[in-house]
Design a protein around this ligand. Structure first.
Ligand code: NAP
Length: 288
């Protein structure tokens, strides 16, 4: 049995779709979710839906019962992720889960990003638990740079994309590629107690703007701002200050190389080249 937590999220849903496509019977997949009603479509397809809310520890051990491989996908709630993962790892130990795969963060061991801290703590907690593990250190979702944050339409209108990443390279990865990599680990018999650095084709923020300009036929350039100015601009757009600081730190970290990996683990796991930036840009423009 393969159990996926946060399975109603975008990544979780894609992992389940990959597992089904690769021939895993629906009855051997558990969608462990905070809100089972949101997973009604998965239940209709025969996937087992179980209640698993990180903030309700008593739901976790029963949700993990009988699991052969567990994929822990953290919530997106900054500051809560580590305590939530700690609780989930304790439940996995209690449920005698034989393998935990954790959806971590690229370069987690060395990253200087504030966002990486909770992933470092979660990885350490899993190592200390004694559970056999695989760390899937996911690169930045390419979709995040292609309008998912709601910034594409205004950028195309103003002709300007902004950030603090300088000429730093991002080994972005499309979510479906990361989901395919997770499914490959969950269905394979590869090494345990190991970490995969999962990044696709590297691009800069200048490349992103240039690709949108080329495909849309509209002038668009990337303008690099000092990190404090970028944070202030985000605040001016209505982003709450602590979140604006975090986003600016995340962008600035591109210039420090934190979002780049030379690893080919992603391509090897999925058995094909990673989705190019151009394809994600095409999809983003279609969705506008
Ligand atoms: N690599 C990257 O660039 C990147 C970027 C952003 C985030 N991430 C991380 O990757 C994770 C998955 O990404 P995603 O795109 O699938 O995010 P997402 O679509 O926002 O999904 C987050 C999931 O977390 C679930 N969740 C929230 N609180 C929970 C709780 N208390 N107990 C159990 N589940 C809970 C949500 O449940 P509901 O469906 O009930 O809301 C949702 O299913 C994120 O949560 C975040 O930790 C990575």
């Amino acid at each position: 049995m393969i159990t996926i937590t946060a399975a109603t999220g975008q990544l979780g849903r894609l992992v389940i779709a990959e597992l089904l496509e690769s021939g895993v019977p629906a009855s051997e997949i558990v969608a462990a979710v905070r809100n089972p009603q949101k997973a009604a479509d998965l239940a209709e397809r025969g996937v087992q839906v179980r209640h698993a809310d990180y903030d309700q520890p008593e739901t976790l051990e029963p949700a993990f019962a009988g699991t052969g491989k567990l994929l822990l996908i953290p919530s997106a709630i900054y500051g809560q992720r580590f305590p939530q993962m700690k609780t989930a790892v304790q439940a996995a130990v209690a449920a005698h889960v034989p393998l935990v795969a954790y959806a971590s963060f690229v370069n987690a061991a060395t990253s200087t990003l504030r966002l990486a801290d909770e992933h470092k703590q979660a990885e350490a907690c899993i190592r200390e638990s004694g559970l056999p593990f695989v760390f899937l250190r996911n690169g930045a979702y390419t979709e995040l740079y292609c309008g998912e944050l709601g910034d594409l339409a205004p950028a195309l209108e103003s002709g300007r994309m902004i950030g603090s990443g300088g000429n730093g390279k991002i080994s972005g990865a499309a979510r479906p590629d990361l989901a395919a990599a997770a499914a490959a680990v969950l269905t394979g018999d590869g090494p345990v107690n190991t970490a995969y650095e999962l990044g696709g084709e590297a691009f800069t923020l200048v490349d992103v703007a240039a690709e949108f300009a080329a495909q849309s036929g509209k002038p668009l350039v990337y303008q690099d701002l000092p990190v404090e100015e970028y944070a202030k601009t985000l605040v001016g757009w209505g982003v709450p200050e602590p979140f604006a600081d975090l986003l600016a730190d995340t962008s600035f970290a591109i210039s420090r190389g934190d979002w780049h990996t030379g690893s080919t683990d992603l391509q090897q796991l999925i058995g094909r080249p990673a989705t190019p930036l151009a394809n994600v840009v095409t999809a983003a423009l279609k969705a506008l």
